[in-house]
Design a protein around this ligand. Structure first.
Ligand SMILES: NC(=O)C1=CN([C@@H]2O[C@H](COP(=O)(O)OP(=O)(O)OC[C@H]3O[C@@H](n4cnc5c(N)ncnc54)[C@H](OP(=O)(O)O)[C@@H]3O)[C@@H](O)[C@H]2O)C=CC1
Ligand SMILES: N[C@@H](CC=O)C(=O)O
Ligand code: NA
Length: 364
């Protein structure tokens, strides 16, 4: 019989966030000898490393081991079987933005496998998937944590759960929910100075690791719409999908049907004048433009799009990829509870994943 003080970890996805998570996992495993954290599976979409006896994969060497591997990834049903066949507790870390993996969460959770993820896909898909995920976790006792799905490592999800679970009444949530959009507008339309070209800043945001794997998912507003869907559902609104409310897209009409993200980025400079005009319209009123979202709980209204702000306002004054999220509640009255800080980037996103993993293992 295997020791109870071991947790098997399976990681899918080693991109910008996944690589940073591996660094943080390595430190965590060294700092916390118990329970023993054993990396038993790691994969991308093309390759995997695992063994039938769950031999520990050296975390520090895992990227090079994965690069040299000739093993194909397990199918999702086979990964469920692989993780449940061990007598140890298992945690799946989903560092992808795959909808297929998100759809499989109920089958992992119902077999007692906990999940930690920065992905928004599972929680902003159909409302039925949301219900299936949390009822599967409830029934098996497995944990489902996704702090980094909103505001990267900022404690947004945990704070909102605490407000709701302790009986406060959340009336409104508003702010800047996208690290990419924050970075873009802070650098393209700064409160002083002239700012860079829109298309060049989009390229910078991708290179800095702020964007979704396909930056069009940020620019079409869907990333923010997904985050608001998640927050609205936590406060009890049955939002059917992120397309169930108005979302303003910043994708030029002419580029709506280009085949790939790369082609989109290559052609974006042709449309810089359109965003220059958006900036100029705000400047004519002495303001700056920013991309924001809000949820009005009483009216069930969710909105996502551009808005003009006074240069001295908190939203206009954000720096870098910072998010700012205000929770208006009965207890906090007219002075909202505000969370502010970096809302995108590998290390800060991985921080939320690692913190969630710590919470899972504290129950192991
Ligand atoms: N970047 C950020 O600042 C933030 C990101 N997030 C979320 O974190 C997640 C990861 O983002 P990021 O690291 O930037 O993305 P990347 O594109 O850098 O990395 C994605 C990784 O997932 C793998 N992958 C994709 N699809 C599959 C699949 N079907 N099966 C197995 N592996 C797959 C990719 O492998 P391959 O190369 O083989 O496709 C790659 O290793 C996303 O859900 C994103 O929304 C959340 C908050 C902030
Ligand atoms: N692309 C997202 C990443 C975090 O969720 C963003 O820019 O906020
Ligand atoms: Na968060």
């Amino acid at each position: 019989m295997a020791s109870a003080r071991q947790v098997n970890i399976a990681i899918i996805g080693v991109g910008g966030v996944g690589k940073c998570f591996l660094g943080q996992l390595s430190q965590l495993a060294k700092r916390r000898p118990s329970p023993k954290l054993v990396l038993s599976y790691i994969s991308t979409s093309k390759k995997a490393v695992y063994s039938s006896d769950y031999a520990p994969i050296d975390i520090d060497d895992s990227l090079s081991t994965l690069a040299a591997s000739s093993q194909a990834p397990l199918s999702l049903p086979d990964l469920v079987e692989y993780l449940t066949a061990s007598s140890h507790k298992a945690v799946l870390i989903d560092n992808t933005s795959s909808q297929d993996i998100a759809e499989a969460y109920p089958s992992f959770l119902s077999r007692g496998i906990s999940i930690v993820t920065p992905s928004k896909k599972a929680f902003s898909g159909s409302y039925q998937l949301w219900k299936n995920i949390f009822s599967a976790a409830d029934k098996s006792g497995a944990c489902m944590y996704h702090e980094s799905s909103v505001g990267a490592g900022l404690p947004v999800i945990s704070t909102l759960h605490d407000l709701v679970d302790t009986g406060d009444e959340v009336t409104k949530i508003e702010g800047v929910f996208s690290g990419t959009m924050s970075f873009l507008f802070n650098s393209f339309a700064p409160t002083s100075g002239s700012g860079g070209k829109w298309s060049a800043e989009v390229k910078n945001a991708k290179e800095l690791g702020y964007t979704e794997p396909d930056p069009r998912d940020d620019l079409n507003g869907m990333d923010v719409a997904r985050k608001l869907t998640i927050l609205a559902r936590i406060v009890g609104l049955e939002i059917e999908s992120p397309s169930a409310f108005p979302v303003e897209s910043l994708i030029p009409k002419e580029l709506e049907s280009v085949a790939s993200g790369d082609e989109f980025l290559a052609r974006l400079p042709e449309f810089d004048a359109q965003m220059d005009e958006v900036k100029a319209a705000a400047e004519r009123e002495g303001k700056v433009v920013r991309y924001v979202g809000s949820i009005d709980v009483a009216t069930k209204q969710v909105k996502v799009g551009l808005q003009k702000f006074e240069r001295s306002s908190a939203i206009a004054s954000l720096k870098g990829s910072d998010n700012i999220i205000s929770f208006y509640t009965k207890r906090y009255g007219s002075n909202p509870l505000i969370i502010q800080g970096a809302g995108a980037g590998g290390e800060v996103t991985a921080h939320g994943v690692t913190a969630n993993l710590l919470r899972v293992i504290s129950y192991a």
